[in-house]
Design a protein around this ligand. Structure first.
Ligand code: HEC
Ligand code: HEC
Length: 442
């Protein structure tokens, strides 16, 4: 057996299979193959920040064919839990999903300003997906220096408010935020689907750092860079991987961040209420000024997303198989990395697994396609490679939803994506159709 992908010396985790049959062209495997954690279930679900990747074995991470199904952990339907969860984990998935779908009220701490009253309002069809709902960010660029205009409510705009509170002289009316006149940068960002992100969470930082080095060495013109950001829970510097700018390092942190910034619900890692339009004085009327969530809800959202399965892959036929080869040939796979591997995880279904997100989760200079917003180390032109898994279930594409077909999304690639875009434009009708058919299998 070609043990291209296996555990470190002497290790064997029950239920974890080796990665069989791969082809020539090998690249260093990007996974943590050391460490323990197989099967041992403990809280929390997310992987610890300390990891130790050993880029020691070789595997073809650019192969576009699905590897052995048994290590993909994909459910049969979109929106289902990871395959192979035990009853206790399935119960955590369901409890998390209920909370994710639940609409919060003013008494729960919703607002004063917010975007929607539940996570699922934006992340649905099915739960965990996306409605394509866009939200607005703004800031001010002065001679190349970006100011998120925090004192005016930036960079994320909240387009809903709880309205009138109190009575008589103590009454106050909260209104939705608007883009202030001081802003000279505004950007729309659409909601991203969350399927399979527990696997992405479980990829060790070292794997992304190694991938960035490999890209710099082998494909310098399209090479990506990690967005190094702070993990609030530990204070550690981590590789950001979530959000359009890879601005958040973990699902748990994104849960707290979204709870505050999308819904106005304060929580342990995000304890400070969002002042409406940046106006601290307006918070004097906040109906629930105490900490809104003690962390229970944040943990549940993170549970749901951690255990949410990746999108199932469609079967390849002759045409789409050829399309996969075209995808590699014209350089799409340089950034849209087909295969990554998780490190050890307390959840067996997440431990030492292959995932096929078709993204390196690194930042690329996309030239004019960039959204102008600076977040963490991401400058205005840099965007995270958008994962392509689940593409067939989507109807709007690119960060601002400007594209309504995958082809339009490809044609909008600029900056480091321009050469692949041009090679796509030069493809013959048959090869182009094959590439587009391949994308529909993701
Ligand atoms: C108003 C719509 C809206 C609501 C409500 C909302 N989100 Fe999101 N979500 C978005 C958008 C837009 C993005 C992309 C954000 C960005 O990068 O700027 C996103 C991104 C994410 C991501 C990153 C996904 C990725 O592709 O990396 C996670 C995780 C997430 N949301 C979780 C949540 C959770 C948990 C809640 C509820 C507490 C929530 N969201 C509520 C719109 C929403
Ligand atoms: C230099 C890196 C790079 C290369 C090369 C590249 N892409 Fe992308 N791709 C990106 C980034 C970054 C985004 C997100 C851009 C944005 O929304 O602003 C993206 C977005 C997309 C999207 C939209 C996905 C979504 O969720 O909205 C599709 C489809 C896509 N790319 C397909 C391709 C194909 C096909 C090729 C080869 C012809 C290709 N890309 C080459 C970096 C790259």
């Amino acid at each position: 057996m070609p043990a291209a992908w296996r555990h470190g010396p002497g290790e064997s985790c029950p239920g974890t299979n080796v990665f069989p049959g791969f082809i020539a062209f090998t690249i260093l495997v990007l996974t943590s193959l050391l460490g323990s954690g197989c099967g041992a279930e403990r809280k929390p679900l997310s992987t610890a920040p300390s990891d130790h990747a050993e880029p020691s074995e070789s595997v073809d991470i650019t192969a576009v064919q699905p590897p052995d199904e048994s290590i993909l952990a994909a459910p049969t339907t979109l929106g289902g839990p990871l395959r192979g969860l035990d009853a206790a984990l399935l119960a955590r998935f369901s409890a998390g999903q209920d909370d994710f779908e639940e609409e919060d009220t003013i008494d729960d701490g919703l607002g004063p300003v917010f975007n929607e009253a539940s996570c699922a309002t934006c992340h649905t069809s099915p739960t965990g997906g996306t409605t394509g709902r866009a939200e607005t960010r703004f800031g001010r660029n002065t001679g190349g220096t970006f100011d998120p205009l925090t004192e005016l409510g930036g960079s994320l705009l909240q387009d809903h408010a709880i309205g009138a509170v109190g009575s008589g002289v103590g009454s106050y009316t909260y209104v939705p935020e608007q883009v202030p006149s001081q802003a000279n940068v505004t950007a729309q960002r659409i909601t991203t689907p969350l399927f399979g992100l527990g696997l992405v969470d479980a990829v060790p930082d070292q794997a992304f750092l190694a991938l960035a080095r490999i890209e710099a060495r082998f494909f310098p013109s399209t090479a990506g860079t990690p967005n190094l950001v702070t993990e609030i829970r530990t204070g550690a510097t981590r590789v950001g991987r979530f959000g359009w700018k890879a601005q958040v390092p973990t699902l748990h942190q994104f849960s707290g961040d979204a709870y505050l910034n999308e819904m106005g619900v304060t929580n342990p890692e995000f304890p400070d209420e969002n002042p409406p339009q940046g106006d601290q004085a307006a918070l004097a009327h906040n109906p629930v000024p105490t900490l809104n969530d003690d962390g229970t809800d944040v943990d549940r959202f993170a549970d749901f997303m951690t255990l949410l399965g990746p999108p199932p892959r469609g079967a390849l036929n002759g045409r789409s198989y050829l399309g996969g080869a075209v995808f590699r040939q014209i350089g799409c796979a340089n950034c849209h990395t087909p295969t990554l591997f998780t490190g050890p995880s307390p959840v067996r279904a997440l431990s030492h697994r292959a995932l096929q997100p078709f993204s390196d989760f690194l930042l690329h200079d996309m030239g004019t396609l960039g959204d102008g917003i600076v977040q963490g180390q991401a400058n205005g032109r840099q965007m995270r490679t958008a994962p392509l898994w689940g593409l067939s279930a989507r109807t709007v594409f690119l960060h601002d939803g400007r594209a309504h077909t995958p082809q339009a999304a490809i044609e909008a690639h600029a900056g480091q994506g321009a050469a692949a875009r041009d090679r796509f434009a030069r493809l013959g009708t048959f090869q182009r159709a094959a590439l587009l058919a391949f994308l529909q299998t993701l």
